[in-house]
Design a protein around this ligand. Structure first.
Ligand code: ADP
Length: 251
């Protein structure tokens, strides 16, 4: 009985996934085809400026498709348990610094700051996955805030000696408390003018939370109309195999 029920659930989940994915793929593909067709049929009538604009849109939409496919592959790996975690002792500060530099380059009109506590212990993480998590959070901070605002990445001891604390603080549009759970689910994007303007698949925070949990960490957030702070906890190196185990919390 239970087997059948699980099968039905799985099939339903798969159907929902395929229908959402098809929808997500169709939007950029329709746009790419539309602009390519317009250029082909009206090539002589279009001036160089318009041709350039259309090609830029095609490039943007192709990038959107690539990001989407990469995120979907990550989700697929996570769900099929094929994802291998290779744990290493590493300094969070050293791993975060180059990520901030790269994102700073992509968002030159935001003010990035790092406030690192140099006394925190090393963490025990899969380095690539840690970098994927930090990239998602810092990029989101820039995507969902206006140019000229501050983004701070902070590391410190946490309330529990077994974990360090990392904060990504922005002065962006904020997230309503009733949406706190929703943003960590697959394909969820909140409806506001900035989200409509910036590209995204709604998979980043789902991937972030799943990876963190698998590495024995946790994520939470605080938000108001003045901005959002994401807080992540990660196990320190000397905690007997805490990496990959459920987060114990600070209690
Ligand atoms: P994506 O950015 O690709 O849409 P995410 O899963 O990373 O997907 O985020 C889900 C949604 O959560 C975003 O679409 C946005 O509405 C909201 N969000 C994420 N980070 C922030 C942030 N720092 N400030 C405000 N809203 C955010």
């Amino acid at each position: 009985m239970r087997y059948n029920k699980n099968m039905v659930n799985e099939e339903k989940q798969q159907e929902d996934f395929i229908s959402t994915v098809s929808h997500e793929l169709r939007t950029p593909l329709t746009s790419i085809r539309g602009f390519a067709q317009t250029m082909l049929s009206s090539w002589d009538a279009l001036d160089d400026e318009n041709k350039k604009k259309f090609i830029q849109i095609i490039e943007q939409q192709s990038n959107r498709l690539i990001n989407l496919v990469e995120n979907m592959l990550s989700v697929n790996k996570l769900q099929s348990f094929k994802d291998k975690f290779v744990y290493k002792n590493a300094s969070a500060n050293t791993l975060i610094e180059p990520i901030v530099q790269i994102i700073k380059h992509q968002y030159p009109n935001h003010n990035f700051e790092t406030v690192f506590n140099n006394k925190i212990p090393n963490i025990l993480v899969d380095v690539d996955k840690f970098q994927q998590i930090m990239t998602n959070l810092i990029e989101n901070a820039a995507k969902y805030s206006n140019e000229g605002t501050n983004i701070t990445v902070l590391t410190d001891f946490s309330c529990c000696p077994d974990y360090i604390l990392i904060k990504v603080i922005d002065e962006g549009i904020g997230i309503k408390e009733e949406d706190f759970d929703k943003i960590f689910t697959k394909f969820s994007r909140l409806d506001n003018p900035l989200t409509r303007r910036v590209q995204g698949s709604g998979l980043g925070l789902y991937i972030t939370k799943t990876l963190l949990k698998k590495m024995g960490g946790e994520i939470s957030l605080k938000s108001s109309e003045n901005g959002t702070t994401f807080e992540i906890f990660l196990p320190v190196e000397n905690v007997e195999n805490q990496a990959g185990k459920p987060f114990k919390g600070c209690g």
